[in-house]
Design a protein around this ligand. Structure first.
Ligand SMILES: Nc1ncnc2c1ncn2[C@@H]1O[C@H](COP(=O)(O)OP(=O)(O)OP(=O)(O)O)[C@@H](O)[C@H]1O
Ligand SMILES: N[C@@H](Cc1ccc(O)cc1)C(=O)O
Length: 434
């Protein structure tokens, strides 16, 4: 088993290395602590599950004694990375970008903190802090002069767009690789950063940085390196981290710990689960291998690997408290569970689900059918009565089959919340006012 001094071998064993560029990164890492960076563009106000690999890789470097540097793309986010994209990215306003930077910074600070394992203190930078002062003329003269157009055109991110999209690509996005390249150069000079990590789609941009450093940078100084990890994909070829409703967000304001837990529990097939355990968790490889050997044998409890994955990832993203909330809500909502729902579990379950508010007088003593119609879960009272009679309605997770039943004070959880469900999927959290 590779020791913690051999971080590259450790990452390789866990399926977290696609390519290494620049030479013998393993020897450089063994020789002493390195500063290692990964960049995150503020294209949304939260990171998503695809970004988790970058954070896991930074955390492994940190656990092995290296300093993680998370770079916010306050400048690059204004340009847009064409890598892995089939069409031009939409332009965001400065206000949107600032709000997105703030949202992502909060997640980076939390996930890279000591709660996910100790190590050298993380550093968080924003590339707007140096690009703000770079003039166009200075950039063209000092950086552009050292970039070859032929090389830039040959990058996968450019070639695929020139071939696929008859709109081609804007000059703005074409220059993106130089901006990311300049980041690496600048940070190698000013912050002693020696390694850049990123998804495999980032290789062209990483190499652009190594090229600039070779031409302009440290000269005979210490070498710099790139390390890419494979994109997280399922065996069927789809990208992990996309759900029917879009990206799987890491910010609890956009996706509750319960929802993240449920996504991981419900959408990872057995063929993928052990690979994801290796890539996304910090569990010992021997434990994962034992689970892999047990999977599919008669003694194996179905979904236990998925449950482990969901728990470990939810804890990494949301901490122990987030995991406990997710587990409490999951237990409370298990079919047939007679667990008492509490307000915290209910709020967790309903985060992201629609909510409605009605005055107490419209709820306590009112027919359930009227309430279902009033909150819009059913088009009419008559339709609501039919659904109740057919067994399709649940109140606080308990099936209600009497079409004339009225709601009572005892149906209000902590005196203020009712979880209504019409059919399997249509859930609504009813807040009861004064
Ligand atoms: N499934 C994934 N596995 C690993 N890394 C990912 C994954 N999805 C995204 N990334 C990394 O995050 C970076 C930023 O992703 P980005 O914001 O472009 O979203 P995206 O999911 O790639 O977008 P889209 O799929 O909508 O084009 C990517 O360049 C890639 O390196
Ligand atoms: N281009 C990266 C983000 C990034 C930005 C600036 C960098 O210096 C490095 C990486 C992405 O789209 O995910």
């Amino acid at each position: 088993m590779p020791s913690e001094t051999d971080v590259v071998a450790l990452l390789r064993e866990r399926g977290l290395v696609q390519d290494v560029a620049g030479g013998e990164l393993a020897s450089a890492a063994a020789a002493g602590p390195l500063n290692v960076y990964c960049g995150f563009d503020p294209t949304a106000d939260s990171l998503h599950l695809g970004h988790l690999l970058g954070l896991v890789v930074l955390t492994w470097f940190r656990r092995c004694g290296h300093t993680p540097v998370a770079l916010l793309g306050g400048a690059t986010g204004r340009v847009g990375d064409p890598s892995g994209r089939s069409a031009e990215r939409p332009v965001l306003t400065d206000e949107q970008i600032e709000a997105n930077v703030a949202g992502i910074r909060a997640t980076l600070e939390d996930l890279l903190s000591d709660r996910n394992g100790g190590g050298p203190a993380p550093v968080i930078l924003n590339n707007l802090d140096w690009f703000r002062d770079v003039s166009l003329l200075a950039f063209l003269r000092d950086v552009g002069k050292h970039a070859r157009v032929g090389t830039m055109l040959s990058r996968e991110s450019v070639r695929s767009r020139m071939e696929a999209d008859n709109e081609g690509m804007s000059f703005t996005e074409f220059t993106y690789q130089l901006l990311q390249g300049y980041d690496f150069l600048h940070m190698s000079r000013e912050h002693n950063v020696r390694v850049q990590v990123g998804g495999s789609d980032q290789m062209g941009n990483v190499v652009a940085g190594l090229d600039l450093i070779r031409r302009l940078g440290l000269g005979s100084g210490p070498a710099c390196f790139g390390l890419t990890f494979p994109l997280l994909t399922k065996a069927d070829g789809t990208k992990m981290g996309k759900s029917a409703s879009g990206a799987v967000w890491l910010s609890p304001d956009k996706l509750s710990p319960f929802q993240l837990y449920q996504y991981l529990l419900g959408s990872v097939p057995d063929v993928d689960v052990c690979r994801f355990l290796r890539q996304l968790t910090f569990l010992p490889l021997a434990d994962i291998a034992a689970l892999e050997a047990a999977l599919g044998t008669p003694g194996y409890t179905p979904n236990s690997a998925q449950r482990l994955l969901a728990s470990e990832v939810t804890r990494f993203v949301h901490g122990d408290a987030g995991l406990q909330a997710a587990l409490a809500a999951t237990a409370a909502l298990a079919p047939g569970a007679d667990t008492q729902l509490d307000a915290a579990a209910l709020e967790a379950v309903a985060a992201g689900a629609p909510a409605a508010e009605l005055p107490r007088s419209a709820v306590v003593g009112a027919p359930l059918a009227d309430v279902l119609a009033a909150v819009g879960l059913q088009p009419s009272k008559a339709a609501a009565r039919r659904l109740i009679k057919g067994g399709g309605v649940r109140v606080n997770n308990r099936r209600e089959a009497d079409e004339l039943v009225t709601l009572a004070e005892t149906d209000l959880i902590e005196g203020r919340l009712v979880l209504l469900a019409a059919g399997k999927k249509n859930k609504l959290l009813l807040r009861v006012g004064a």
